[in-house]
Design a protein around this ligand. Structure first.
Ligand code: C2O
Ligand code: CU
Length: 484
């Protein structure tokens, strides 16, 4: 029930692990994923992406329009390619400020990574920039700017990148679901401030309108009785949800796009930038299933799925595993050891323990750090200023191709979704969350948590590591490793 669920989550625990051991409803999947049978596609896919402002009715068809920033005619441009194909992208910036595109989770060359001042010059208003790369891995990824992210993503600037070729048996449908909140004035459809002092210093500033694919609680038709692949993407700047389904059986098949042996989904903590691929058994014709965020005091319905068309014959729910990925397996022997401590910038807990209702306390809060706009740090080092134009020294210098084991610690009372560019890492263990061992590009670090990850250092270059809670990222919790 909702209450015990809440208590469990209040303890900072992810609840997926419980489901792992008590596989219910379908046979336990084999631990090893099948090899890929089919040959990868090849060839070049040309794509034009134009960042510009468009109008979207996020508050419903009768509501006021909101000026949304997007890479296409609709919010959240969706790009689908096959593994092996080369993307050749002509990017044009028609926004009033500079930007760039980072391809979140894709293991691509450093000079295509899209970080202004670090891997490329910013793309100024009216300018174009060419990106060209061949994504090595299948899965569900996304892309977004890497400067002024609080405002640019706050206005919706993000797209979905699907690299196909991982299915060992086709599903009956395949749907991406972008979860994102917006900070809107309900009367005008315009934006409320994306960042607040209070949010910046704590768990971030939450949106006021929750949407799935830029609609409030949409109703989506799926083939009745079918096995449907749903790609859930949390593209919110702030909110950590705990997603699960009602009225449909569901199994996890990939985390951050990386295949994992299927296991039943009860709930999954999905932080900003994190993705989860699930297979659901669609309800009978006319019946409903629901995607729920169970994290809040009152569970929130994010989307409703309605079964349509002739029902499929009855059979057990036993989702086919995806095929294995080609992510290099980190080795324990001879691995380098790293520690990354996520903390406030001052080391000062004072800013975080002031009384919310006391105006004097609030004044103190506003004066703290106000001069620098720097609140957070990694290993005692805060990213200077909001953009990337002044580069601090790297957190570490790594050796390309060598394995590393990194221990991430959280010295704050807040959750941090930690993201590393360039390498997909193995989440080996967490002291607070009961997680399966899995590959990911973003991992949730809950308060007091200690998460161990392992990865093989990518090709030489500067690779960012940061909190993906954007107000934290933009106020200090960002750094980079230099791979030599
Ligand atoms: Cu999704 Cu450095 O970001
Ligand atoms: Cu953070």
């Amino acid at each position: 029930n909702a209450l015990s669920r809440r208590m469990l989550l209040g303890g900072g625990l992810a609840v997926a692990g419980a489901a792992l051991v008590s596989a219910r409803g379908f046979a336990r999947a084999p631990a090893a994923l099948p090899e890929r049978a089919e040959a990868a596609a090849s060839g070049e896919v040309k794509l034009s992406l134009v960042a510009s402002e468009m109008q979207a009715r996020l508050l419903g068809p009768e509501g006021p329009a909101t000026p949304v920033w997007s890479y296409g005619e609709t919010p959240f441009r969706l790009v689908r390619i096959r593994q092996g194909q080369t993307l050749s992208i002509d990017f044009e910036n028609r926004l009033p400020e500079h930007t760039s595109i980072h391809w979140h989770g894709l293991r691509i060359p450093n000079d295509q990574d899209g970080v202004p001042y670090v891997t490329q010059q910013p793309v100024r208003p009216g300018e174009r920039h060419a990106y060209r790369f061949t994504p090595p891995d299948t899965g569900t990824f996304w892309f977004h700017p890497h400067c002024d992210t609080v405002a640019q993503l706050g206005r919706g600037l993000a797209g979905v990148m699907i690299v196909e070729g991982d299915e060992s048996r086709p599903y009956d449908a395949d749907l991406a679901l972008v979860l994102k909140d917006w900070r809107l004035d309900p009367k005008t459809g315009g934006y409320l401030p994306f960042a607040t002092r209070r949010g910046e210093l704590r768990a971030g500033t939450f949106g006021t309108v929750r949407t799935a694919n830029a609609e409030v609680a949409p109703r989506l038709e799926i083939p009745a009785g079918g096995d449907v692949r749903l790609r859930l993407l949390n593209l919110d700047s702030t909110r950590v949800g705990s997603v699960g389904f009602e009225g449909m059986e569901a199994a996890v098949i990939a985390i951050d796009g990386n295949p994992i042996a299927p296991f039943p989904l009860s709930e999954w903590r999905l932080g900003p930038a994190m993705r989860l691929d699930v297979v659901v058994r669609a309800p009978a014709e006319g019946a409903e299933g629901r995607l729920i965020d169970f994290f809040a005091a009152e569970p929130v319905r994010l989307a409703t799925f309605v079964g349509t068309g002739a029902a499929q014959p009855k059979r057990d729910f036993d989702p086919a595993p995806l095929t294995r990925s080609a992510i290099p397996e980190p080795r324990r022997k001879g691995a380098g050891r790293l520690r990354l401590a996520f903390a406030t910038a001052s080391g000062g807990k004072a800013a975080l323990t002031v009384d919310d209702d006391d105006p004097l306390s609030q004044a103190l809060l506003d004066s703290l750090c106000a001069a620098s706009g720097v609140n957070w740090s990694i290993n005692g080092q805060a990213w200077p200023g909001g953009d990337h134009s002044r580069l601090p020294p790297p957190l570490f210098t790594l050796q390309a191709g060598r394995s590393y084991v990194a221990e991430l610690t959280n010295e704050t009372p807040h959750v941090h979704p930690v993201h590393l560019h360039g390498a997909t890492f193995k989440v080996v263990k967490s002291t607070r969350a009961d997680l399966p061992v899995h590959f990911a590009d973003t991992v949730l670090l809950t308060p007091k948590d200690r998460v161990t990850i392992a990865f093989v250092a990518p090709e030489p270059g500067a690779w960012m590591v940061h909190c993906h809670l954007l107000e934290h990222q933009d106020s200090g919790m960002m750094g980079y490793v230099r791979v030599a």
